[in-house]
Design a protein around this ligand. Structure first.
Ligand SMILES: Cc1ncc(COP(=O)(O)O)c(C=O)c1O
Length: 381
């Protein structure tokens, strides 16, 4: 018998990978399922991005292996984007590494920094990949709780009380998925101080900064942060390019070099046309963000109506492409979403897939046209 590696026992197939099979089976059997579960942008990327990939295909260099560090012009566009949007100055040649999506960066960073037995601080609720990857590399996840009472920020005093001697890495993600919460400047400053005191690498996973958010912030904007932190960013949500797989990791050259050691042994560069398209996306004007957000704003209003019709409550100041809503007391998230799927053919995500602290909450995605959301409201009413 061919036995898989022990590490496979530490993880399960991703929730959406399983659940979407079920949703697709329902659809195939004729059920008109409205999918408000997954955060995959249904809108088109900017036209100039599509034009750029099209015209790149006849370039003589288009079909060769590409540089492990990406095209210089892509890194320059990423540097300019960070400078303009976040006031953060980074060297395009040493402090930026293009990635094939930020999700792969979570694995690369973990492989570059974690030994078996090292501890990793992970938000609960939070993006499930942080924990899965920590386990795959043999590290130990240490969950820190986020609560509505504390505006979904970590309790810094509680963190300081922990034995941090084995903690090597801490994941944060602001604006936060799934709650849409924002980080404050003070919180970022406290965190950088904690990281310095305890030799912890803090990574801010920042793919939602430009969706329904007035003040995009970067952890790298904090004085002295670069030494002890990295930031991941992505074009997936900002430019509706989730399937393109373009992200980036940014920070001090020493960290970027360590990540490059891993990454250059795992892939052989990003397709040329994708890089050309990504450059165009990053050069978009403010008009892009205004028009993108006007669509999400309309959708969000309707999702708020839907959540109210389901007797849920929510924070109107939250950011990102989801509405995180609190269920009525005593209602269990997974039971709630199953009933909604069975009776009304509406699929939303249960908060529990993001951790135990997601119990009692559900997440509505804004990646569906207004007609679908209106139809969902009609079904509930
Ligand atoms: C918090 C968070 N980080 C990272 C990702 C991955 O994004 P990318 O498409 O850049 O890999 C997602 C995607 O849903 C996410 O929600």
């Amino acid at each position: 018998m061919i036995v898989p590696a022990d590490r496979l026992h530490t993880v399960e197939e991703y929730y959406f990978s399983k659940k979407l099979r079920e949703v697709n089976l329902l659809k195939a059997s004729g059920k008109p399922v409205i999918n408000l579960g997954i955060g995959s942008p249904d809108l088109q990327p900017p036209q100039r991005v599509i034009d750029a990939i099209n015209s790149s295909l006849t370039d003589r260099n288009a079909h060769k292996y590409q540089s492990y560090q990406g095209l210089p012009e892509l890194r320059e566009a990423m540097a300019a984007f960070y400078r303009e949007q976040f006031r953060v100055s980074l060297s395009p040649s040493t402090e930026i590494l293009p990635l094939m999506g930020s999700k792969e960066g979570i694995m690369h960073i973990s492989m570059a920094y974690l030994n078996p037995g090292d501890e990793v601080l992970i938000p609960n609720p939070g993006y499930p990949t942080y924990q899965a990857v920590a386990k795959l590399v043999g590290a130990t996840p240490v969950l820190y709780e986020l609560t509505e009472e504390n505006c979904w920020l970590p309790d810094m005093e509680a963190l300081k009380q922990l034995d941090l001697s084995k903690v090597k890495l801490m994941w944060i993600n602001y604006p936060h998925m799934p709650t849409g919460a924002h980080a404050t400047h003070t919180f970022f400053m406290d965190l950088v101080a904690l990281a310095k005191d305890n030799d912890i690498l803090i990574v801010n996973d920042n793919p939602y900064s430009f969706i329904l958010n007035d003040k995009p912030t970067s952890l790298l904007d904090i004085k002295g942060a670069k030494e002890v932190s990295l930031e991941l960013n992505s074009l997936s949500k900002t430019f509706n390019m989730a399937g393109w797989r373009v992200g980036m990791v940014l920070g001090d050259y020493k960290h970027i070099n360590n990540i490059l050691k891993v990454k250059s042994n795992m892939d052989s560069g990003m397709f040329y046309g994708i890089q050309k398209g990504a450059v165009e996306a990053l050069n978009c004007s403010e008009m892009w963000f205004i028009s993108l957000n006007s669509v999400y704003e309309q959708r969000r209003k309707l999702v708020w109506e839907l959540a109210e019709a389901l007797n849920c409550t929510f924070d109107k100041k939250a950011s990102g492409m989801f509405v995180w809503a609190k269920l009525p007391p005593m209602v269990k998230a997974e039971e709630f979403i199953e009933v909604l799927l069975k009776n009304n053919h509406i699929f939303i995500a249960p908060g529990t897939i993001f951790g135990t602290k997601g119990e009692g909450y559900v997440r509505f995605s804004l990646c569906a046209p207004t007609e679908d959301i209106e139809e969902a409201i009609a079904r509930i009413r």
